[in-house]
Write a protein that binds this ligand. Structure first.
Ligand SMILES: [Zn+2]
Length: 309
């Protein structure tokens, strides 16, 4: 494996090696067997939190069908996939029924706990959380307002109104995230709401009718007034906060004049490599969480040989 695929493979939250069984999950008999199989496991998700064991090396709390059945119908499980013959399901909890689950672990924000998890555990929890969010937000049909019913092991919802019958599918919002370089320096910015000292690469959502490259050029110009060229795709990362797919790029700035534009950023500036490393070392600057593609873009740039552009 090389190039973009290898880079994406190594991004946190990418569920590698999970058989999604796209065709078999539509078969109700196959699904019913998996929901009863004592080897199958359920991952509880509550609002935007995942259930992990307590302690310094947390792991997801896994419930067997029998254990889950004490608290909740197993057929509410959303099939995620199979790994080494074991089926994984996500189960979205109501606010009224999570208490019993807290005896087994603690509900935590995935972003904060992810650096402590294995790659596989982080990825499957991210996947569970993304589907849980979609189910929570789509209990009713967006066309006619009637109730939606689960289909295809939770990968589709169908409106119960016979005059409507609209089918709904999980959404993923594409967002671009870009490391901009010029003359051996990179452009980082910060938002007012971020923790003190945190700087990151620039990002924004792709709008309808727009290419990803078009979104890169537009977002960067809107945020910092810089025109970019040589836009190159780097890798992608599922980012279930709540339902994005981050599309990582690198680009070169045509000039280094920063003009803050759309009030999204409170500050942006150019950093040389040694300058950034020193600022991180002495605590003046903090980089984004190491599980993010933004961190990977910055890390890779820091490791590159300095070459004139
Ligand atoms: Zn409907």
């Amino acid at each position: 494996m090389t190039g973009n695929m290898e880079k994406s493979f190594n991004n946190t939250f990418v569920a590698n090696g999970l058989e999604r069984e796209h065709n078999r999950r539509k078969d109700p008999e196959w699904l019913a067997r998996k929901l009863r199989d004592p080897e199958s496991v359920f991952l509880p998700v509550r609002q935007s939190k995942v259930l992990v064991t307590n302690g310094e090396a947390p792991t997801p709390v896994l419930f067997s069908p029998k254990q889950l059945g004490q608290y909740k119908q197993t057929d509410s499980g959303v099939f995620l996939g199979e790994r080494e013959g074991r089926a994984y399901f996500a189960v979205e909890l109501e606010e009224t029924d999570f208490g019993a689950f807290e005896e087994a672990g603690k509900f935590k924000d995935l972003r904060s706990v992810a650096p402590l998890l294995s790659r596989e555990d982080g990825a499957i929890l991210a996947y569970a959380q993304a589907l849980g969010y979609w189910h929570r937000r789509n209990r009713f049909c967006g066309v006619c307002g009637a109730r939606n019913e689960i289909r295809e092991a939770g990968h589709s919802l169908c409106c119960v109104n016979p005059e409507c019958g609209a089918a709904h599918f999980p959404r993923t919002d594409p967002a671009i995230i870009v490391l901009i370089e010029r003359g051996g320096k990179c452009l980082l910015g910060r938002q007012q709401t971020w923790a003190r000292g945190v700087y990151s690469v620039l990002a924004g959502f792709v709008e309808p009718g727009e290419s990803t490259e078009g979104a890169v050029a537009r977002e960067i110009f809107e945020e910092v007034g810089v025109r970019v060229t040589n836009i190159r795709y780097h890798s992608s990362q599922p980012w279930p906060f709540p339902c994005s797919l981050m599309l990582g790029f690198t680009a070169e700035a045509e000039d280094d004049q920063i003009t803050l534009g759309d009030s999204e950023l409170e500050h942006a500036r150019w950093f040389g490599r040694s300058e950034l490393l020193e600022a991180v070392e002495n605590g003046a600057v903090k980089l984004p969480t190491p599980v993010s593609i933004s961190y990977r873009l910055i890390e890779e740039w820091l490791e590159k040989e300095c070459r004139p552009t």
